[in-house]
Write a protein that binds this ligand. Structure first.
Ligand SMILES: C[S@@+](CC[C@H](N)C(=O)[O-])C[C@H]1O[C@@H](n2cnc3c(N)ncnc32)[C@H](O)[C@@H]1O
Length: 232
């Protein structure tokens, strides 16, 4: 089937779009904050004078979670977001697209090689992102570089991720702010049932004062992964 390419705002989420491709398939997309630049090989689409980037769910757990039925995406225009485990910037770059020129994405990453890629390939073209080489378990070590944020996104794929997220929230999250936690069950305990690991991590967030709004499984995009959305 050959159809005209078109782009429409997502009915539920600000600054997120549905792109219909020439073959009739539908993909998520965001408006490219840095026109002409692709971050991870994603296709760029020009429509009515604006450039969009396709948002690949097999590469970004946030896109996967949206396709799996997330009811709230607590990231929107003008927001400040703290991103823990930014790696080379795949998902952070889409968040940068969403928050736009008056928003900001603080990107914490402890692997210097990933951070170098993030700086050279992404941050260099996006003035609404700051790279921070630091261990997310030690939020006080970067407290002078991060202001108060309305959302914290955590994807460190490490044991104790719920605890480190809550510790960061104590320091940086505004009252009533939101957190998103991507849980990779196997990086916490390979011997345990993934559902059990996910329950344990959400229980930690609850014990630290978070109200769990939704837990979404990410299969088939990511095996044994879940996205938790919670509010303080
Ligand atoms: C699954 S990858 C993140 C992918 C990224 N969120 C995305 O979607 O584009 C996890 C990243 O977390 C980083 N990481 C793990 N533990 C960390 C810690 N304690 N502090 C900072 N970064 C950490 C790893 O180096 C890795 O780059």
């Amino acid at each position: 089937m050959n159809v005209d390419l078109n782009v429409k705002p997502h009915p539920a989420f600000e600054e997120i779009f549905w792109v219909t491709l020439e073959d009739g398939s539908r993909k998520l997309g965001t408006k490219n904050f840095s026109p002409g630049n692709s971050v991870y090989g994603e296709r760029l689409i020009k429509f009515e004078g604006t450039e969009y980037r396709l948002w690949e769910p097999f590469r970004s757990k946030l896109a996967a979670a949206i396709l799996k039925g997330l009811k709230t995406v607590p990231v929107c225009l003008d927001q400040k977001v703290l991103y823990l485990g930014a790696a080379s910037g795949t998902t952070p770059s889409h968040i940068s697209d969403i928050v736009g020129e008056n928003g900001h994405v603080y990107c914490v990453e402890f692997a210097s090689r990933s951070l170098r890629e993030l700086v050279n390939n992404v941050v260099a073209f996006r003035y609404n992102m700051s790279p921070i080489l630091a261990d997310a378990r030690l939020p006080e070590s970067y407290s002078r570089m991060v202001e108060q944020v309305s959302t914290i996104y955590c994807d460190v794929a490490q044991p104790e991720q719920a605890k480190l997220l809550a510790d960061n929230a104590d320091m940086f999250l505004a009252e009533g702010g939101w957190v998103m936690l991507a849980i990779k069950a196997q990086s916490i305990d390979v011997t345990k049932d993934p559902a059990e690991v996910i329950r344990k991590e959400t229980a930690i967030l609850e014990s630290r004062g978070f109200n769990i709004k939704q837990v979404v499984g990410l299969e088939p995009f990511d095996k044994a992964h879940a996205m938790v959305v919670a509010q303080k």
